[in-house]
Design a protein around this ligand. Sequence first.
Ligand SMILES: Nc1ncnc2c1ncn2[C@@H]1O[C@H](COP(=O)(O)OP(=O)(O)O)[C@@H](O)[C@H]1O
Ligand SMILES: [Mg+2]
Length: 243
Amino acid sequence: MQTWAIYSLKGGVGKTATAVNLAHEAAAAGEHVLLWDLDPQGAAGWYLGIDSATGLSAKKIVAGKAALGRHVVATAHERLSVLPGDRSYRQWDALIHEAKSPRKVLEAVIEPFSETYSLMILDCPPGIGPLATAILRAANRVVVPVVPTPLSLRALDEVIEHVADKKVGKTRLRPFFSMADRRRKLHRELLAAPPATMQPDIGVAVDYASIIERMGEHRAPVACFAPRSRAAAQYHALYSALA
Ligand SMILES: Nc1ncnc2c1ncn2[C@@H]1O[C@H](COP(=O)(O)OP(=O)(O)O)[C@@H](O)[C@H]1O
Ligand SMILES: [Mg+2]
């Protein structure tokens, strides 16, 4: 099983939109996908039509006492299941910090899913604490949406430093430009000449597009309600570049 984390230290950069659309692309391509919504707000599950929280506390999960598999919910999409978020996920950082092997907490709970799924996608909350370290360690790919602005690029620098500091090892960062607005000169310039930290060059950007905001109305991935949109094509290309 591959584990892809959709992660950034920043909020509002398109992590959840990316997680939901990539999960759907992967399932459509034949993968057996489990999307774990690690964010207490639970938006990823909600976008896939799931209203329930798991009722499974972060405390139990971190203690290794949760039967996570029983809380998986099937979605309306073939081969795509979700582990919904929970409000208790607000406490991830404090709980993981106190755990015996904080860095291995997620690896340990994710491992059993490899019997059933070929791809686990983690929709991560923003932040760069103990949860982020555990995520960086557990994931084969860390997909980082970067809005083409200097501030967002600085956040990427911080993540790169964190990866080096914490020696999370085989983690592979996959930054890509997200919410790119080609009407803005600054965005165009950064897209044309990405800084060295945007390596390896994934060659795909997801543009700023109001159709993506409409996922909230349809509660579905873009490809389901706007299959011919540029946004759907870009998520498809992003999945192909990562797979
Ligand atoms: N490429 C995009 N173009 C336009 N709006 C987007 C795009 N990606 C995400 N959004 C919108 O921006 C907001 C934040 O996106 P979200 O995916 O929730 O970010 P994050 O998970 O990083 O906080 C949401 O309202 C979402 O609909
Ligand atoms: Mg989110």
